[in-house]
Design a protein around this ligand. Structure first.
Ligand code: PT1
Length: 264
């Protein structure tokens, strides 16, 4: 899964045409490098990020979804928690929903059910703006994550999103210390208890910076190690910025893992 942020950055000047063109070019590159899914997000959810008004999120995301589906026939995932955008993105041709709030916003469950799309449910506590203020878990981190996701899976089933349409994600970097993130990766196999496809995202995250003392643009090698370790522990979709390098790292790890299962 290649990451396509359509949040305004220091370089964008609010010119929608220019932004759409940049997004299209970037998505084309992610697909060429081997991404099977493009994850489009109009709200930054990294630590400290502020919420984005609906109109703004919609104006950023919908034209990009439409363009990528029409021009590239891409499988587009939409990274949103907003019920209105869930419905509109599905109408625009999105093939998957990705919600870091696991459909906890009022109306999100019903909106997702109506789309009939697959949904990735992610673990987080609190909100991105404040989630890194002394995250604390009374139980082992993987137990907290599994309990939360189990409850969200049940809520989905009750609301008419069948299990067959669900994926799960432990939410690396969301309300977690470095120690929590490292423990969670070590114990990732415990999420097999939920028997659902596992997605993970660690690309360029702070946990790499904390472990290696690397700035955001120096985190590729650390991120490749994390993606490989996650796949060995059961992850089947990895959400990354650097698709070409990740395809090779995982392709190599996968060749080794296949050889192992051939002889079991
Ligand atoms: C993720 C994810 C996501 N991450 C899914 N969706 C982000 N399913 C956005 C940091 O610690 O892992 N899974 N959508 C990006 N969010 C973060 C969080 C970015 C933490 C950076 C950090 O640096």
């Amino acid at each position: 899964m290649g990451i396509l942020n359509v949040t305004p950055d220091s370089f964008s000047d609010g010119n929608r045409h220019r932004e759409l063109d940049d997004a299209r070019r970037h998505a084309e590159r992610l697909l060429r490098e081997g991404a099977n899914i493009i994850d489009v997000g109009g709200e930054s959810t990294r630590p400290g990020a502020e919420p984005v008004p609906l109109e703004e999120e919609r104006d950023r995301v919908l034209p990009v979804v439409e363009a990528l589906v029409r021009e590239f026939g891409a499988l587009v995932s939409v990274d949103t928690s907003t019920p209105e955008l869930i419905r509109e993105a599905a109408a625009a041709g999105a093939g998957m929903l990705n919600d870091v709030r696991a459909l906890t916003r009022p109306g999100a469950l019903a909106a997702a059910a109506a789309t009939e799309l697959p949904v990735c449910l992610m673990h987080m506590r609190g909100e991105p703006g404040t989630m890194q203020q002394a995250p604390y878990y009374a139980e082992p981190i993987e137990v907290a994550v599994i309990d939360f996701l189990r409850q969200r899976v049940a809520a989905c089933e009750q609301a008419g999103v069948p299990r067959e349409r669900l994926l799960i994600d432990p939410g690396f970097g969301f309300a977690k210390t470095l120690e929590h993130n490292l423990q969670l990766l070590n114990r990732l196999s415990a999420l097999e208890a939920l028997d659902l496809p596992l997605l993970v995202g660690m690309s360029r995250k702070r946990m790499i910076g904390q472990a290696l003392g690397r700035s955001v643009d120096q985190r590729l090698a650390g991120g490749l190690a994390l993606s490989v370790m996650a796949v060995e522990r059961g992850a089947r979709i990895v959400r990354v910025h650097d698709v070409a390098a990740t395809v090779d790292a995982i392709g190599m790890a996968w060749a080794v893992l296949q050889e192992r299962s051939d002889h079991e």
